[in-house]
Design a protein around this ligand. Structure first.
Ligand code: SF4
Ligand code: SF4
Length: 425
């Protein structure tokens, strides 16, 4: 057995905790999880059945922790997990799983398959079987501070643009600010309008906020690859920044997995409670709306629909605020079939969008989103995750669907009067 396989198998065994053991032992093989997974529904290939994606781990569980499994292993009826097998499984635990949680939501036995896949990824990563694209993103996050290699000067350049275009100063490293605003690399590189939107919204709401020069990137590639140690390093950087600046709330950007990593996993990863609250930007906007701090003018009249990011709606339970916000600025907001809690994934979450060799499968899975969109025929599509936005844009282009995609924060900000100009007038 090679050293990496030995390490991977050891980590896999360590990952089999009480929940995993109970999930494997309670599976009744009903197949309902298959119908919930877009990689299965859009390809019809049984290998994409969610519980099957965990087969090597199930076998290890059986061989190590059940009498029948031990007997089967002894007489050669249950084969040991091999390096070649783990290599083959890479496609099933990374390329074809976005950790969207739809399978977990339908399992009648309450099996949290996302939890299992994430634990399996820990073993895969230790065995050296993580995709090159995610490995690169992890290395850049640890060494540079961002999965796309974005450094502080790029953030400062965006700050300067926003200040020049909107006349609103962008605060950085302000001790005692109420909110610490995090960004994702995608927003810094692809969607700079997000930062401008935040500046306008905070100014109108009269709230103090800041960016942090040592922790501006929220994306947690460690969680995506399945490496808790790296995930901890990335979360710790944000915690140190937030505590240094003594903020009350850290705002997760329009990025699904950043929110999950910080909001639901962060305190467990660092082993203590946070001294601050964590909210997704949509939750913050929802609160501002409820308190009357958000005052928009005018309405979109074209047909808009909303794509719920899995980590925000299904895994995070944030479903109504985005709808209240949409109705605040849109006269013709229509819901796709299965919208909300059971929305279908864009196909690129959980690190899948960083896997180049997974593109063909991702585009095949996108047929599900295509059919959802065809049912309502929107003029534009709104979402609240920069990663979803990129994946949606790629899928729409591939299927030649002319539907522009926009971020919800940006859409709201477009309806906020230009405060700098009105003050100067
Ligand atoms: S839905 Fe649950 S019980 Fe049914 S096959 Fe999948 S994991 Fe097993
Ligand atoms: S989490 Fe989503 S993508 Fe992964 S197996 Fe379950 S349904 Fe499929």
């Amino acid at each position: 057995m090679s050293a990496s396989l030995e390490k991977g198998v050891r980590v896999l065994k360590e990952m089999i905790d009480a929940p995993i053991a109970s999930y494997f032992s309670s599976c009744v093989h009903c197949g309902l999880c298959a119908e919930a997974c877009l990689f299965y529904t859009e390809t019809g290939d049984p290998k994409y059945t969610p519980i099957h994606k965990l087969e090597p781990m199930r076998r290890l569980y059986e061989q190590e922790y059940t009498l029948l499994g031990r007997l089967k292993k002894m007489v050669g009826l249950s084969k040991p997990v091999t390096d070649a097998e783990l290599g083959q499984w890479q496609e099933l635990v990374y390329n074809s799983c976005t950790l969207c949680g739809r399978c977990s939501a339908v399992c009648p036995m309450g099996n949290d398959i996302v939890y299992m896949v994430r634990k399996f990824r820990e073993g895969m990563s230790a065995a050296g079987h993580a995709p090159v694209g995610i490995k690169g993103a992890v290395n850049r996050t640890v060494n540079i501070g961002s999965p796309m290699g974005v450094k502080l000067p790029a953030v400062k350049a965006q700050m300067k643009h926003v200040e020049e275009d909107h006349g609103i100063p962008i605060p950085m490293d302000v001790v005692g600010a109420e909110y610490l605003v995090m960004l994702s690399s995608m927003e810094i590189i692809n969607f700079p309008e997000y930062l401008a939107a935040i500046a306008k919204i905070m100014k109108q709401a009269g709230r103090t906020w800041t960016l942090c020069s040592t922790a501006f990137e929220a994306t947690n590639a460690g969680m995506q690859i399945g490496n808790s140690d790296l995930a901890r390093v990335i979360v710790s950087r944000i915690v140190e920044g937030a505590e240094k600046l003594k903020v009350k709330t850290v705002i997760s950007p329009e990025c699904g997995h950043a929110y999950t990593a910080l909001r639901w996993e962060g305190a467990n990863l660092i082993g203590r409670p946070f001294t601050f609250k964590v909210q997704h930007i949509i939750e913050v906007l929802g609160e501002f709306q409820e308190k009357g701090l958000l005052k928009t003018e005018g309405f979109e009249t074209d047909r808009l629909t909303f794509h719920d990011p899995c980590q925000l709606a299904r895994r995070g339970g944030v479903i109504q605020p985005q709808r209240n916000l949409m109705n605040m600025v849109a006269k013709n907001f229509v819901e796709m079939p299965d919208a909300g809690y059971m929305n279908w994934c864009c196909g690129g979450g959980g690190g899948a969008s960083a896997i180049e060799e997974g593109e063909e499968l991702r585009l095949a899975a996108f047929k599900k989103k295509k059919s959802q969109l065809e049912a309502v025929k929107p003029d534009r599509l709104v979402t609240a995750c920069a990663n979803c936005r990129i994946v949606l844009e790629e899928g729409l282009e591939h299927y030649q669907m002319d539907i522009p995609v926009i971020g919800l924060t940006e859409l709201i900000a477009e309806h906020i009067p230009d405060l700098a100009k009105s003050e100067g007038a």
